[in-house]
Every structure is written in C-alpha cells, then in structure tokens.
Design a protein around this ligand. Sequence first.
Ligand code: BGC
Length: 543
Amino acid sequence: MKDPLWYKNAIFYEVYVRAFFDSNGDGHGDLRGLAQKLDYLQALGIDCLWLLPIYPSPLKDDGYDIADYYSVLETYGSLEDLKFLIEEAHARDMRLITDLVLNHTSDQHPWFQAARSDRASPYRDYYVWSDTDQKYQEARIIFIDTEKSNWTWDAHAGQFYWHRFYASQPDLNFDTPAVQEEMLNVVRFWLDMGIDGFRADAVPYLFERTGTNCENLPETHAYLKRLRQFIDAHYPGRILLCEANQWPVDVRPYFGDGDEFQMGFHFPVMPRIYMALKKESKEDLVWILDRTPPIPDSCQWAIFLRNHDELTLEMVTEEERQWMWRQYAPQDRMRLNLGIRRRLAPLLDNDRRKIELANSLLFTLPGSAIIYYGDEIGMGDNIELPDRNGVRTPMQWDSGANAGFSSAPPQRLYTPVNSIAPFGPQQVNVADQRHDPGSLWNTLRRMIALRKANLVLGWGDFAWAESHSPAVAAYWRTYQREQMLILNNLSHQAQSVTLNIAADAARVFTDVFSGDAWHPSEDNELQIAMQPYQFLWLKRGEG
Ligand code: BGC
C-alpha cells in the first residue's frame, strides 16, 4: 500500500452500491453487501473501487444531489458500515475512492433551504442568485432533454438560482470563501474515515464569469490546486480523479504541473473505440491520440468503455454524433441528452470477440482502466426504464431468484432485474461464468492479470506502429528497457500485417497469453496473420 504512484497501473471498478448486493433483504444494495463481495472483486484483480455517491439524498439524480455531506444514505448503511468496508478492502490490498460532488447540492440540502427562505441568511451566498435569467448566456445546457435553462425561478427566494444540471441541483457559489472552506471540511471528513481519494464530479463548472462559457476557468483551477495542496499536506498518497468531459487539450490543465489532479478521465477516446470497431478502422483513434498532449509523469489518464451515465457523445462532431446514434442507438429511446443509454455488451451485439477486443484496447491504450460493474460478465440494459436507470440494474450473481442480488420479494427491488433475453440472469451471471474457464469473466481476469504483470502498459510511452492495414490498430508501449507491441484487428475479416522492427533490440516477440513466439525476418520484418477481431499483446524478448 506504500507506492504513492499506485494508480499508474491500477485496475478500477466503478460500483453502484444500490445495485451490487443487498445484505439485509430490503431490495437495495448496501455497504455491507458490497463488503461481502470484495473477495469476488479481488479474484477479478480489482485494485481500487470507485463508489458512486453514498450520501443522504432525495435521489433525483441517483445521489449526485447531496442533502448531507457528512453521512451515508440510510438504505446503504451507516458510517460504521463504511469504515468496515474500507478496512475489509484495505485488508485485501484494495483501495476505495468515492464521488466528491463539489459543484452543486440537492435543493433539499439545509444550506439551500436556509438560502432560499431568507436573503439575510449566511447561506444565501452559498448559491448563485440573480434577478434575471439572462446572465451567463454562453454556458451550454448539459441535460438538454429535461432542462430549458441553467436558471430556475425560486418563489421563496424571489430570485433565479443557477444550476448546470437538474433544477433540483443548485450550483454552489465558489466565489463565497465559506463554500471553499466547507468543501475542504468535507474532504477532510472522508479522508479521515480512511478513503483513498475522490472522483471529483463535474469540476469544470465551479465558477461563473460573464463573457465566458463558464467552464475550465482560471479561478476553478486555482481552487482545485488549493484542494490538492490540502490533500498532499495532510493525506499524502490519496488521489483526485478529475471528471471533466472536455477535449484533451482542455483536460490537460487539470493535471497542472503534477500539482492538481493525479488522474483525469479521457472522455473523447471512448466513443472513438466504438467508432473504430464499427468502421473497422483505426483512423478515429489515431486522430484523438494525436491530439492528446503529454501529461506529467506522476499523472495518469483514466479510460473506460462504459459508465453509469449515457455513453456521452459530447466530444465528437455533430456529424459523428448522428452517425454514432444511427449505428448504436437506432431506436429513439436508446438516446439520452447527447448520448446513448446502453451497456457495453448490447452495444457490441453481444459478440464475445468484439467485447474482448474493446477490452484489449481498454487495457493497453495509455491510461488506467475503469470497469463498470456488470460489464465483466456482459450484462445487458433495460431501455424501458427512464433516464440512465436502464444501465443501473441489479448485479446478476446467479440464475436464482432476483439474480442472487437480494432476498426481498421482487416487487421490493429498487428496480427490476434485467430479464430481457439474451441478457437475463439465466444467460448472464457471475456464478456460471466463474465456473466456466472460457467465459468472458475468466478471459477478462486473465487480461487484467497480464495488464498488471506488465508495468509497461501502465507506465510506458505510446507510439503507433505502421501495420500497413488500416483495420489493425498496432502500437508500441515502451518503458525503460521493456517493450510491448499491441495489435488489435478491428475487422470481421482476417488481416495480414507486416511491421518493420528496429534491429537494435531483442528479436523475439512473445504472446503473453499463449507463450507463442514470433521472429522477424532477416530484413527485420515481422509478418503476422490475424484472425477476425483478434488481438495480440507481444512482449519483446522472452515471455
Ligand atoms: C455524473 C452524473 C451526474 C452529474 C451531475 C456527472 O458528471 O457522472 O451521473 O448526473 O454529474 O452531478
């Protein structure tokens, strides 16, 4: 647990506590339930859990609308349960980070209640008020399917209040020094509890300034640096993961000189993995990685295939977005805001080869991988459910009642188990896949183990390799004297690739999965025939 740069080569697992395991039969997953499943996560090879918000909340945005920063949602358990979970995770060498929602609270938060009912309240300035709804017009609306404006009139307050997300989530006013202090107190409270860091939600929007789009402002970076200094001074080794759904060039400043965030999501690479698979071409991946600036050595990208939100199409052109919707969300109800509310397996036609190939990209492109709960067994979605709920259904542990998630009567579950074929618990569940050596779960477990055993994949530089086939995404990862050549055949057809190999290093390439070896020819060409959707992780030198 000592390595301060542990996150460079860690496997993260995003877990929605409500959906994971219900330990007390009330139909809701809880912290004790998650603790009971840590052995499962350890067996998969997970190094760090990221918990979606666990705080008291009216749940208008599944907990991202916080009503109390210092406690745990009742159905999830107690602070004692959280401490127990942290201890159990640490005992398994696993870390745990939670969501930190700085930008906004719930409208049920006592601060907002006090602010709206009395102009003289010390909490009035905790939020952003205005007599008109015409300020900050350049700021875009994020939840375009539900919100018409970033301002909402509040009759009690007699003013409009500012919100970048749902109207039930008023933005905090970071120009108020007390808000800045409060948030440091929040951070202190959870780090004292023993968590290993935070996924900091929606950080681009902390400040508002006239004449700007109110995103990524210098004031925001100044505050985030202050937050980092505070953590480094009192809790060294704990991490901050930045959620900024922005272009890489705009995310780059969130790493600072290694003095702001240790990690940041790479949002735009994600839709391009799906574009690459559908177009059977690496061109979109090349395009975005060419536009990804280097980051300080102590920092790391976080990459992912899916998460708890819609598959966001904010970081693509309008034309690409229409194309993605046509390809991956042919029905209207599969779409939400600027994205697609479906899970990995249905998006990839439940085709094992494509799912594994997407995971090969996840584990070998630059960054640390985050797996969304349930995707390791290929769970499906339920597009009949509203908002993003269709990708937040109960974890499918076995083929029994409630998929082994809960002992409650089915009608008491927080949401129904997804029983839509071919993704119901009869076809997709943990128990069956753990028994089957050829299952998706067991394949991913092997991939995870190999990713972790090869530090070059976490630490190494990245460079494209010329494969002479647009359908094969081939690249070098190099760290000190270690080198790996990664080949991903994005096509449904076999491909022959020829790569030129520099003559100055080891002349054997070993497949880390099978142990098979390849040797370049006399004139330093490596020729490989690849099966449809095949991927190869070749280590230079003996395996
Ligand atoms: C989270 C969403 C949430 C929003 C508002 C996002 O970035 O991922 O689930 O609705 O922040 O808090």
